[in-house]
Ligand binder design. Structure first.
Ligand code: DUC
Ligand code: ZN
Ligand code: ZN
Length: 479
């Protein structure tokens, strides 16, 4: 009789804090022992010489999110989570999005129906609050937070989603009282509308003008305002998908003043620039996302922010729209103007390898920081720690074993998403996840997915400690 279901032998384990060599013994999906020369497992994997890290947690992705503009997301919970697993991610947090006029509860129920029976790795939901009526703020949101939906996103732009400053204050106050983490999409909506009008009137309709309609000033102003509103309410906030210097400066300024302002960035701000939107045909639409990618100098600023602690998390912001598809990037036809192109790019499967290859292997990001940015901090910020986000006794056995002696050229056909392109086509990487283990089950190995549809479990999130205002923090341990 074996002691373990699975033993990962000779692992070079990296966590957000440590680096050590050991065997990992897994029983019933949980890490049961770390040690040298552990007894046998029913199944064994020899990881000699390889980095073994906590599975990635993608804290920002969009899967099968209902749309009301004629578009349809290309990935549902099956293709999206399959793609994530093949890229070394073992937990995803997509968004249950409230339409204006809809109850939050209805959005959550609908989203469960979309996820159930499909996901191949574990998942939790963020909420998107777009209609903060008194009933939503006083009843629905507190009830949902208590049930394990402990983070939500609010938007400062998009007519269908945006909140005004008064609504933001009221929503932040609920987050403070109830202990939820608030993610903010910070772009000034009126500036974007005004610039868009000017550009279209001048006949500037090509995809590249998407970037011109959302310059960094627009992000800077909204980021500053979001920070100010959160300071007024005395509640932590997380600024998502930060694109470059101007927003980084605002976040660093706030952090320097002791405010609890967290930052997220994404691969598109390290590896793409606004030049990827160029061309007079629609091809630039493939890289239309918001905020838009900036320039090379800003890529450096974002790399610096990952190194020096401005950013706590690195997420894909996977928002999958097919290019050659009337429900995707071409929803408004071949001659669409930039403002009619759905915003978002795919990236669930490439997120981890891009940062490992171009960050860790180049020495820009140390291995512990890589784990923090891609897994541990995500778990902490969204109430999944310590079940997720580490390699320690008692954690779910969510593990990625890295291949680092490889030469991978990214091709869309090798990816498992349902999108007909990747923005990273042709990039050469020196690392790729060799094995992904989700709750003790191998879901990706030897270049093959081994997944059972629907095996992924919904995760209720606890109230995250980083969402608690410093003024209210007290650590209590009973017993
Ligand atoms: N914001 C996101 O978070 N994702 C896709 C598009 C957007 O504007
Ligand atoms: Zn956003
Ligand atoms: Zn997003």
């Amino acid at each position: 009789m074996d002691d373990f279901d699975l033993v990962v032998r000779n692992a070079h384990v990296v966590t957000a804090a440590d680096e050590f060599d050991c065997d990992i013994g897994i029983r019933e999906g949980v890490i049961a022992a770390l040690g040298r020369d552990l007894p046998s497992g029913r199944k064994e994997i020899d990881a000699a010489g390889r980095y073994v890290m906590p599975g990635g947690i993608d804290g920002h992705c969009h899967l099968d999110q209902p749309m009301n503009d004629g578009t349809k997301m290309a990935d549902d919970f099956y293709s999206g989570t399959l793609s994530a697993a093949c890229g070394g991610t073992t937990t995803v947090l997509p968004f249950a999005c409230q339409f204006k006029g809809q109850s939050l509860r209805a959005a959550v129920d609908d989203y469960h129906a979309r996820a159930g029976g499909k996901a191949v790795i574990d998942y939790a939901f963020h909420l998107i609050v777009s209609d903060p009526t008194p009933d939503v703020l006083n009843r629905e949101l507190p009830e949902l937070i208590a049930e394990g939906y402990t983070s939500f996103k609010i938007y400062m732009t998009y007519d269908d989603l945006k909140l005004n400053d008064r609504q933001i204050l009221e929503t932040l106050a609920v987050a403070r009282r109830e202990g939820a983490m608030v993610m903010i999409h910070a772009e000034n909506t009126d500036c974007i509308a005004w610039l868009t009008e000017q550009l279209l009137a001048a006949g500037h309709t090509a995809p590249r003008f998407h970037a011109a309609s959302r310059p960094m000033l627009v992000e800077r102003e909204a980021t500053h305002r979001a920070i100010s509103l959160s300071e007024l309410v005395d509640v932590p906030v997380l600024i998502v998908h930060v694109s470059g210097r101007e927003a980084v400066e605002q976040i660093r300024w706030a952090q320097g003043r002791g405010l609890q302002v967290y930052g997220e960035t994404c691969p598109q701000y390290l590896f793409l620039t606004s030049e990827h939107l160029e061309g007079d045909d629609l091809h630039g639409a493939k890289c239309v996302c918001s905020p838009p990618p900036r320039d090379k100098a800003n890529q450096k600023v974002v790399w610096d922010g990952l190194e020096n602690g401005v950013f706590q998390i690195f997420s894909s912001d996977h928002a999958p729209f097919r290019f050659d598809d009337p429900q995707g990037k071409k929803v408004a036809g071949e001659d669409a103007s930039f403002d009619q192109i759905p915003n978002g790019i795919p990236g669930l499967e490439t997120r981890m390898a891009l940062l490992f290859s171009e960050g860790v292997l180049t020495g820009r990001i140390d291995p512990q920081n890589f784990v923090a940015l891609t897994s541990t901090n995500v778990a902490r910020l969204y109430g999944l720690y310590p079940r997720k986000g580490s390699i320690a006794v008692g954690c779910d056995a969510d593990i990625v074993i890295w291949d680092t002696n490889v030469d991978v050229t990214i091709r869309n056909e090798m990816l498992h998403h349902n999108v007909d392109y990747t923005p990273y086509e042709g990039m050469h990487l020196k690392a790729w996840p060799g094995v992904t283990i989700s709750r003790g089950e191998v879901v990706w190995a030897n270049g093959r997915a081994q997944v059972q549809k629907g095996r992924g479990r919904f995760l209720e999130c606890s109230k995250p400690l980083p969402a608690r205002p410093k003024s209210e923090r007290k650590l209590v341990r009973e017993g």
